[in-house]
Design a protein around this ligand. Structure first.
Ligand SMILES: Cc1ncc(COP(=O)(O)O)c(C=O)c1O
Length: 421
């Protein structure tokens, strides 16, 4: 039995994973062209406009609206949907805070709902049960790149006359039944922050097939202006969420890599499914047969501590990192954030809603808890590696299992080392 790298043994991972972000002369030339054109601002420019049209087309949408980041994309969407005080929006409890904070930014209440145990995406039955007369929208998150159940959620939104928004910050290029995600509801939002599947450091986009929604959103993102009207006329509430030409130029080039990279990550994800399912105690995020392509922002799997000598997930992660396999943190349940626990979020609300009892704060959310504290995330760039890299990931996990009792016996030492790391 080989010794764990955590305790001085040699690392399982020999060659490094691909670097991220990726760039070449494409980005270099695009940036130089923006520089030398002296058109750095999107308003008179063409690069960001070209990018938003190309990104929308790639996802089969009529409209694309580039914005400063994925959080802004959600905020602009809420505003353009007319969501405001007294309204409720259904949001999964297992997601990045922005999915819920964008609802509060609109002075509406995010109603937190548990996720599906196997896919970690919004549970459609629980979403349906959470609908009230005040519900205006459902925001589904395509967790780790795996689409939420778009059959059920689309039908639910249609039947109840509410908007479906796809928070696709993790899911550029993902597919549901052979169709790109992004046009199953009223709008979809994406992020181009540094860790995402394509990036300009920061950035975001909203795509939609709804002309009226797009008109509103475009105005909201540009200080309430209307296209074709005098520059200093402002028609509705809006702010400045415009993306720069630098980012538009970089994203145009990044988009050119999305298709082959998505295919590559999806294939490696399915190989990992096969390899990891053979390790007792490891359950990969389920790839629903209707998910014909997973953009795979992360490869997520559950670790059953009982099969690993009872070690806490943080010790498993410390051992995996020491073997040379990178991980990224899972999200804590939103309802446990200080922001919700302290009641601070109520400052965004008004009237009866600000002081009402919010039942979701008293719920237990078993599947969100399991995903938050017992799941391990391998970042997307690792899935750009080759088959040998995937075998090394599986070998590292197998090695940890063989040595789990040694980790358990040294648990305090492992915790101290993982804190220092
Ligand atoms: C699910 C989800 N939604 C929204 C966002 C917000 O995107 P950004 O960081 O670009 O503001 C993120 C970012 O990590 C995310 O993971």
């Amino acid at each position: 039995m080989s010794e764990l790298a955590l305790f001085g043994g040699s690392k399982t991972k020999r060659k490094p994973f691909p670097d991220w972000p990726q760039y070449d002369d494409g980005e270099r030339n695009a940036l130089r062209e923006v520089l030398e054109s002296r058109v750095w601002w999107r308003t008179p420019g063409t690069r960001t406009l070209e990018f938003e049209q190309a990104f929308a087309k790639y996802h089969g949408a009529r409209h694309g609206l580039a914005v400063t980041n994925g959080t802004a994309a959600l905020e602009v969407t809420m505003e353009a949907l007319g969501i405001g005080p007294g309204d409720e929006v259904i949001v999964p409890n297992f997601t990045f805070v922005a999915t819920a904070s964008a609802v509060l930014f609109a002075n509406a209440l995010p109603v937190l709902v548990d996720v599906d145990r196997k896919t970690y995406c919004l549970d459609p039955d629980l979403a349906e049960a959470a609908i009230t007369a005040k519900t205006k929208a459902i925001v589904a998150v395509h967790m780790g790149g795996h689409p939420a159940d778009l059959d059920r959620l689309q039908e639910l939104a249609r039947k109840r006359g509410i908007a479906l928004v796809e928070d696709s910050a993790h899911a550029h290029g993902s597919e549901w039944r052979g169709k790109k995600i992004g046009t199953f509801g009223k709008a979809a939002t994406f992020s181009f922050q540094a860790s995402k599947l394509m990036t300009a450091g920061e950035g975001g986009i909203i795509i939609s097939n709804d002309d009226e929604f797009e008109r509103q959103a475009r105005s909201v993102h540009d200080c309430g202006r209307m296209p074709g009207k005098w520059f200093y006329s402002h028609f509705i509430y809006g702010s400045n969420y415009r993306l720069s030409e630098w980012q538009g130029a970089v994203l145009n080039v990044q988009l050119g890599r999305l298709e082959p990279q998505t295919l590559h990550r999806h294939q490696n994800g399915r190989l990992l499914d096969k390899l990891l399912r053979e390790i007792p105690g490891i359950t990969p995020q389920e790839c629903d047969p209707r998910c014909t392509r997973n953009g795979q922002y992360a490869y997520i799997f559950h670790v059953n501590a009982k099969e690993f000598g009872g070690i806490p997930t943080e010790n498993f992660i410390a051992a995996l990192n020491a073997e040379g396999i990178p991980t990224q943190a899972s999200y804590p349940p939103l309802h446990e954030l200080d922001f919700f626990r302290s009641g601070e979020y109520r400052k965004c609300l008004s009237g009866a809603q600000a002081t009402a009892r919010h039942a979701f704060l008293e719920q237990t959310f078993p599947h969100t808890q399991r995903a938050a504290w017992e799941a391990v995330w391998i970042p997307q760039f690792a899935l750009l590696g080759d088959e040998e890299d995937m075998h090394e990931i599986a070998a590292a996990i197998g090695k940890i299992q063989q040595n789990a009792s040694t980790i358990a016996a040294n648990a305090s030492r492992v915790s101290a080392e993982s804190i220092a790391r």
